[in-house]
Design a protein around this ligand. Structure first.
Ligand code: PEP
Ligand code: MN
Length: 355
C-alpha cells in the first residue's frame, strides 16, 4: 500500500499514524526524505483504505495494494454474473428490464408484462412504493401494488424488480421481488442498504443523483459487506446545470465502473433522459460504453401515467430498442438474454397474502 501524508506532520501526529499502521499489521517505511510517501508492507484487508483515509495526517491512499474493497475488481477477479429469472447480467451477458414507472392497475400491468415478454424480455419493472419529490404526488399503491406484481408474476412467470424505500418494508418486498431496487434517493440510506443486503435477494443499486463514483461504490460496499454478492449497479444520470435532459447520463462513469468493479453495471436511460424521444439513443450510448444491460420505463398510454409519463416509451419502441441493443452488444462480442416468446411458467399457483 502507498499512502501520501500531509506536509510537515509533527511527531505528535505522525506517531499515532505509524502506530495505527502497526496495529493494522503493516511494517512502514518512508520513500522520500520529506517523509510524505509511506509504503506499507503486510497483509491487506478491505477495511484498511478507509481506516487510513479517515486519519487526519493522510492526504490520500495512492495505491491500495492488496487491500481491495469488496466491489473492486482487484487482480484477476472475474466478473460477477447476476441471474434474475432467465436473465443474466455481467460476464458478457446483458439483459433488459422494462415496465411502467409505477404499478397503477392490475389489467394494465398484466398487459404490459405480456408486451414485455413478447419483446423477449423476462424482467418487469414497476414501483409499488414510489419516492416522489412532492408528498402530494402519487406515492404508489404500496401493499396493493405489491400484490398486483405478485399476481402478474404468478400469471406470466415474469421476474419482478421493484423498489423498497423503508427498511421496515424489506421483508415484504422480498416476498415478491426477484430483484430489489434501491433508488437514487435512497443510495445513502445506509440502514436500508444493509437491510436489503441481508434479504439475500439480488439488488439493483442506483447511483445517487449527486453521488461521486466513489460514493456510489461505497453504497455498493454496504450491501456487499452483508455477504450478498448479487449486486447490479445502475447509472441513471446525475444532476447537472443544464435541464435539457432530466439528468446527465454519465457514460464515462459506466466505462470506468465496468473495469473498476467486478459487478455488473446497467444504465437507466429513462430517468437520465426524462424524455421519451431520447431514451433509445441514451440506451445505445450506455451499452456502447460497456453497460451490461438496461432498465427502461414503458407505458401504453403515457398521457395518463401516474408518474414519469413524459419519459415512457411504447412497446413498439421497446422492441426497436431490443434490436438495437443486440446490434450494439454484438460489436464487442456480447449477447442479450432474450427469451423466444411469452413464458407460460407459473411461479406459484396459489397466491400467498403479503404480510
Ligand atoms: C424509478 O425507477 O422509477 C425511480 C424512481 O428511479 P430513480 O431512483 O433512479 O429516480
Ligand atoms: Mn420513474
Amino acid at each position: 500500500m502507498l499512502v501520501r501524508l500531509r506536509h510537515g506532520l509533527a511527531s505528535g501526529e505522525l506517531d499515532p499514524l505509524l502506530a495505527l499502521c502497526r496495529d493494522l499489521g503493516y511494517s512502514a517505511r518512508f520513500l522520500d526524505e520529506g517523509r510524505r510517501l509511506l509504503e506499507l508492507s503486510g497483509c491487506g484487508d478491505r477495511t484498511h483504505r478507509t481506516r487510513l483515509e479517515d486519519h487526519p495526517g493522510v492526504v490520500e491512499v495512492v495505491d491500495v495494494g492488496d487491500s481491495h474493497e469488496l466491489h473492486a475488481r482487484g487482480e484477476e477477479r472475474p466478473d460477477t454474473i447476476v441471474h434474475i429469472g432467465g436473465a443474466a447480467f455481467g460476464g458478457g451477458h446483458a439483459s433488459i428490464a422494462a415496465g411502467p414507472c409505477s404499478v397503477e392497475d392490475y389489467d394494465r400491468l398484466l398487459e404490459l408484462a405480456r408486451g414485455v415478454q413478447d419483446c423477449g424480455i423476462s424482467i418487469l419493472r414497476g414501483g409499488a412504493y414510489k419516492p416522489r419529490t412532492s408528498p402530494y404526488s402519487f406515492q404508489g399503491l404500496g401493499i396493493v401494488g405489491l400484490e398486483m406484481l405478485a399476481a402478474v408474476r404468478a400469471e406470466t412467470g415474469i421476474a419482478i424488480v421493484t423498489e423498497v424505500l423503508d427498511p421496515r418494508d424489506v421483508e415484504r418486498v422480498a416476498q415478491v421481488a426477484d430483484w430489489i431496487q434501491i433508488g437514487t434517493r435512497s443510495a445513502t440510506n445506509f440502514p436500508l442498504l444493509t437491510e436489503v443486503g441481508r434479504a439475500g435477494k439480488p439488488v439493483l443499486l442506483k447511483r445517487g443523483f449527486g453521488a461521486t463514483v466513489r460514493e456510489f461504490q461505497l453504497s455498493a460496499e454496504y450491501v456487499l459487506d452483508t455477504g450478498n454478492e448479487q449486486v447490479v449497479l445502475c447509472e441513471r444520470g446525475v444532476r447537472s446545470y443544464d435541464n435539457t435532459t432530466r439528468n446527465l447520463l454519465d457514460v464515462g462513469a459506466v466505462a470506468h465502473l465496468v473495469n473498476a468493479t467486478h459487478l455488473p453495471v446497467i444504465v437507466d436511460p429513462s430517468h437520465a433522459a426524462g424524455r421519451a424521444d431520447l431514451v433509445l439513443p441514451l440506451a445505445r450510448a450506455g451499452l456502447a460504453a460497456g453497460a451490461d444491460g438496461l432498465i427502461v420505463e414503458i407505458h401504453d398510454d403515457p398521457a395518463i401515467a401516474k408518474s414519469d409519463g413524459q419519459q415512457a416509451i411504447s412497446l413498439q419502441q421497446l422492441r426497436e430498442l431490443t434490436h438495437d441493443a443486440q446490434k450494439v452488444l454484438a460489436l464487442d462480442g456480447r449477447t442479450l438474454s432474450i427469451e423466444s416468446g411469452p413464458s407460460t411458467r407459473q411461479t406459484s399457483s396459489v397466491q400467498e397474502p403479503i404480510q
